[in-house]
Design a protein around this ligand. Sequence first.
Ligand SMILES: [Fe+2]
Length: 274
Amino acid sequence: MELQATLHSIHLTSPDPLAMAQFYSRTYGMQMQALENGFRCRGPGRELRVSTGAAHQLHHAHFALSTPAAWHAFQARVASLPQHAVPANCCDGQAMALRDPDGNLVVFSAPQADAHALEAPLPPATLQHFALRTPNMPVMLAFYTEQLGLVLSDAVRDPQGHLRACFLRSDALHHALALFFAPEACFDHQSFEAPDWNSMKTWGDHMAAQRVPIVWGLGRHGPGNDVFFMVRDPDGNLAEISSEIEECAPGRPAGEWPHEEHTLNLWGKAILRS
Ligand SMILES: [Fe+2]
């Protein structure tokens, strides 16, 4: 049984939060608002915050449980785990903050009111998943699945059987979190899910109008089967638009994939993180 949680917002740190916020508001059609020590960018169904700090690092990710019952079940599930302070202005109502083995802060909250009834002249693209790089795959996977309750959808292994990537879901959609094996722990990307092919085209044309080049894609990921393209933000983080991500039936067995370019992009070249 999945947690019944969806990714609500991502908060990154950056040496230049203003440049990052201007980039995301321009390229992803979000309204920018100054906050203490940084900015909040919001569009319909998508929110990203940036504050001063090191590049390529997650300040925190915020998942919202979808129903009060799911929130109470999650609270009971993690009650014995070490709790951390919930970042100020992170969310409405009750929330809990936990740190994963790499030190990333992950916040889970009660259901959030739809504060995203915002107008934007672009097709929908809902914040849907994010990805982390980690040198500690087995313990990170164990934390997110056994401790927090995310469900493994697909694993990618090298010929020696070492886990090189894994895709974890918090609701029916194939992954809300992806983990990639890499020498350094850091943020990898977040993805905004568009409803269909036509909107992918519109988003691509929008990036072109903004003179933001696509650095990977169009392609289709093997795990998740999502069509995607990626650009880079001013700090060099990847930022994705995707569509057609797999909807998983309850009890779907976890899949196994070989660590090769074809797995990460069925259509061609891939970015291999290690
Ligand atoms: Fe992605």
